[in-house]
Design a protein around this ligand. Structure first.
Ligand SMILES: [Mg+2]
Length: 165
């Protein structure tokens, strides 16, 4: 059997970075600060399907954004951590609270702070346009770049790993 599928079978927690993963990494900025970011509807659909299938979803972001908070709420993601400086510590706390082991955790990231998520995840995903350090550390690099369907790709893989072969 496909080794990725085998590794994905026990996963029940998917941790996502926000900027560069749920978005393409660009932030529209005005003199009053953040003026907008763009999310992809197909990523949203994949997230909804994961939640329906019983997966736990978490977003851990180094930044604070009202747009992100609103999007996360609209999608029904129950765990959002913003302004996080140590993503590893935040994920460890989340895993402890949820009773979720590293073997049951997967992460999707695009930049160096997400290596701390990788360290506490059994399956490590990088978006196609991730920083080289993430591309090197990842078990799987999505075909799609951040904000353009990468999350959906991971969602489809997780759902496929749960379904009968
Ligand atoms: Mg990022």
């Amino acid at each position: 059997m496909d080794p990725l599928r085998v590794a994905l079978a026990p996963i029940r927690l998917l941790v996502l970075d926000a900027d560069g993963v749920l978005t393409d990494g660009q932030i529209y900025w005005s003199d009053r600060g953040e003026a907008g970011v763009a999310f992809h509807v197909r990523d949203g659909w994949g997230i909804r399907r994961l939640i329906e299938a019983g997966f736990l979803l978490a977003v851990i972001s180094g930044r604070r954004s009202e747009a992100l908070a609103s999007r996360v709420q609209a999608l029904g993601i129950s765990h959002l951590h913003q302004s996080v400086e140590d993503k590893g510590a935040t994920l460890a706390g989340l895993q402890a609270g949820l009773g979720c082991r590293i073997a049951e955790t997967a992460a999707l990231g695009d930049d160096e702070p997400d290596l701390a998520l990788f360290a506490a995840s059994a399956v490590r995903f990088a978006v196609a346009d991730a920083h080289p350090s993430l591309l090197e550390a990842a078990d799987y690099v999505t075909r799609a770049p951040g904000g353009r369907g990468a999350v959906r790709e991971v969602a489809d893989l997780l759902l496929a790993a749960r379904s009968p072969a």
